[in-house]
Design a protein around this ligand. Structure first.
Ligand code: FAD
Length: 353
């Protein structure tokens, strides 16, 4: 078996991890190729470093997503342990993957199936009484969640995979068929390509999926050592969130926006930053007055969304098995391990996975 994964974002890395951990595929048989790789930054070509990021209730209510979320939530513990035992002497804060408490509020009553699913596995899950809800909210829960320092975690995760023998190649492909050039041409092993290109799936030859679109999000990053918890509020037309990033810098990511079909991640707007600061300081008063917050930077990223939801599907192209795994939208960190697991199961249908 020889595998090329196109895409070095969180979905490509989770997929590689699933191949190594769940299929026992030697790392030396896997190559990850990407125009951008962990450690790089690009406003509109590489979403993963820009995520908040945490595990939250942002994702939709369909059965597949409920499975991806649950699988990821439950298996991050094992992933964290593996990485920490690999990087001996380091801790969760250094790794960029740590636990934090969270509260989430809705202006409406969320889907019953989703709430039933969440209540069955989230640690320290509690439904909050009306007296604990902010004005105008209809429902609220608290639980113990996962927090990522996304650029740091991506980098460390990639290092772990490199140490397992996985090769990383920085290159842009124009057609999916080029993925085979990173495999041993003479090998008679089965060849598999995983397509984890996020928004790139719109333009890549052999894919050109026009259902893929961006959902732009602007965030304001502040330093707030007194806030170590998440707090999120979901309205019909807005999302407000406060997400602490693990690590010594005590960064807090404040958001946000979900602007469909807006490709502009180069520019940020003062008006949007003001709106974010107003909403987040109202939601979590312990943040303090918005004029006193220490702003570190303002940034924007493009969530790789797809009409109809993520594409996890296999097909044969010129005798090569291709497994698509893209379209994680605003939930790649929190659902991506489940997506990777489903993608590798498609590639190995007969296995005991
Ligand atoms: C503001 C913001 C906040 C977010 N917060 C959260 C959060 O709190 N929790 C959460 O779970 N998610 C969050 N997300 C979503 C998360 O960031 C994405 O779901 C995730 O990063 C998608 O990962 P990906 O690997 O699919 O895409 P990407 O990270 O974009 O990676 C795509 C990869 O494919 C490569 N590629 C593409 N085309 C080609 C080509 N032609 N040739 C070679 N390589 C190619 C790229 O170079 C890159 O390596 C947030 C996103 C934003 C913007």
């Amino acid at each position: 078996m020889t595998v090329t994964i196109i895409g070095g974002g969180i979905i490509g890395l989770y997929t590689a991890y699933c191949l190594v951990e769940f299929c026992q595929l030697p790392g030396s048989q896997i190559c990850i190729v990407g125009k951008y790789l962990p450690g790089d930054q690009s406003a509109n070509g590489y979403t993963s470093p820009w995520a908040g990021g945490n595990w939250s209730c942002i994702s939709p209510d369909d059965k597949a997503t409920l499975f991806h979320d649950r699988f990821t939530y439950e298996n991050l513990d094992q992933l964290q342990k593996k990485l920490l035992s690999h990087f001996e002497g380091r801790d969760a804060e250094w790794l960029g993957l740590a636990r934090r408490p969270t509260k989430e509020f809705w202006d409406y009553v969320p889907n019953k199936l989703k709430i039933e699913s969440l209540s069955s596995y989230l640690e320290d899950y509690q439904v909050l009484g009306h007296e604990k809800l902010p004005e105008g909210a209809s429902f609220g829960i608290s639980f113990k969640t996962w927090n990522f320092n996304c650029p740091v975690f991506l980098y460390n995760f990639a290092q772990f995979l490199k140490d397992k023998g996985i090769k990383f190649v920085k290159e842009e492909l124009t057609h999916l068929a080029q993925a085979t050039s990173f495999m041993n041409e003479d090998s008679t092993d089965d060849k598999i390509v995983f397509n984890c290109t996020g928004l790139g799936a719109r333009d890549l030859g052999g894919v050109k999926d026009l259902l893929v679109y961006p959902a732009r999000g602007q965030v304001v990053v502040v330093r707030a050592p007194n806030v170590n918890e998440n707090c999120l509020r979901w309205g019909q037309n807005y999302a407000t969130y406060i997400i602490p990033r693990p690590g010594p810098l005590k960064e807090l990511v404040l958001g946000g926006f979900l602007q469909v079909d807006n490709w502009n991640a180069q520019d940020t707007s003062l008006e949007e930053s003001e709106d974010i600061l107003t909403r987040t300081t109202q939601l979590l008063p312990k943040l303090g007055a918005k004029d006193h917050l220490k702003i570190l930077r303002v940034a924007a990223g493009l969530r790789p969304s797809r009409y109809g939801g993520p594409r996890i599907e296999k097909e044969a192209q010129n005798g090569i098995l291709v497994v698509h795994n893209y379209g994680a939208s605003g939930y790649g960190y929190q659902a991506g391990l489940g997506m990777g697991y489903r993608a590798v199961r498609l590639a190995f249908p007969g296995s005991k996975l």
